[in-house]
Write a protein that binds this ligand. Structure first.
Ligand SMILES: [Mg+2]
Length: 290
């Protein structure tokens, strides 16, 4: 494969430990409740997750929005979706009521009626979600190495304010030429417009791009829809996929750089042929030992 000058990077689960941050935020909320009323922190954390998710899906109009933009109840509890396209106006207006209802209902489900405590844990959740984002092992090294001589662009589904904050607080933003966020552009991976726009933003061509991401349905299929090769970080995926000539599977973000270099290395067979030709010439040259 010829060298890839444009590298399109997914954010959550590829560069940033999003799952760990969400787990920590719910546990922190549970600990606040435990300190107030003695309820087990993990139990309340589980109740709060389920309650928020059910409320999010109960509003049936959030279903297509979640799919189109790649957003979740966890985002709705903490992010403001700033700079979002008009298609998200209804969601934007609904967020305060969603948050209030989520936390109050979660408390009611464990027998607590306390609007003040609901407000306190809402603030606590948001604060923990907004703490410094944790890069996944190998993510900083990968980005630093690639940014030396390639154009990097983040292509991510999610709320603009939240995704930008993660990039800033993780220290990765300075290495990016640009970022494309679903809620700001109006479409999300695997829509082929997403990868095309990411390539355009850094002045590249599809033939010189590669996508790196952890979600097969969004990152890999989004790249393949544009005939762009992909490196799939499949460490959390239990699924087995059919081999595809444009897809390389690695077990973790830390393994991406070596996989990319291997993909770009000159073909083994042409290299052997070159040696064979060279040896043949030397062998037939006058004065050489046979
Ligand atoms: Mg991801």
């Amino acid at each position: 494969m010829k060298r890839r000058e444009v590298v399109i990077l997914d954010l959550d689960g590829t560069l940033i430990d999003e799952r760990g941050t969400v787990d920590q935020a719910f546990l922190a909320v549970g600990q606040v409740v435990q300190a107030h009323v003695g309820l087990d922190a993990y139990r309340f954390a589980r109740t709060a997750r389920v309650t928020a998710q059910r409320l999010w899906w109960k509003a049936t109009w959030t279903d297509p929005l979640s799919d189109i933009f790649g957003i979740s109840a966890w985002d709705g509890l903490s992010e403001d979706f700033t700079e979002a396209v008009p298609a998200l106006d209804r969601l934007h207006a609904w967020l305060p009521a969603f948050r209030q209802a989520s936390w109050r209902l979660a408390l009611e489900r464990v027998g607590i009626t306390d609007p003040g405590l609901a407000e306190t844990i809402s603030v606590s959740y948001t604060q923990h979600r907004h703490r410094d984002a944790r890069p996944l092992p190998g993510a900083v090294e990968l980005v630093e190495a690639l940014a030396c001589d390639r154009r990097l662009v983040v292509l991510t589904n999610g709320p603009g304010d939240g995704q930008r904050r993660k990039l800033q607080s993780s220290g990765l933003m300075d290495h990016m030429r640009d970022l494309v966020i679903s809620t700001e552009v109006g479409f999300a991976k695997p829509d082929p417009r997403a990868v095309s726009l990411a390539v355009d933003r850094v002045g590249g061509k599809r033939e010189e791009a590669i996508m790196i991401g952890d979600t097969y349905e969004r990152d890999v299929l989004g790249a393949l829809a544009c005939n762009v090769p992909a490196i799939w970080v499949a460490d959390r995926s239990p699924e087995v996929r059919l081999e595809h000539p444009l897809v390389t599977t690695v077990v973790s973000t830390a393994a991406v750089l070596a996989a990319l270099h291997e993909l770009e290395a000159p073909e083994v067979v042409p290299r052997l042929n070159a040696w064979t030709a060279l040896l043949g010439k030397r062998g037939s040259a006058p004065g050489r030992r046979s």
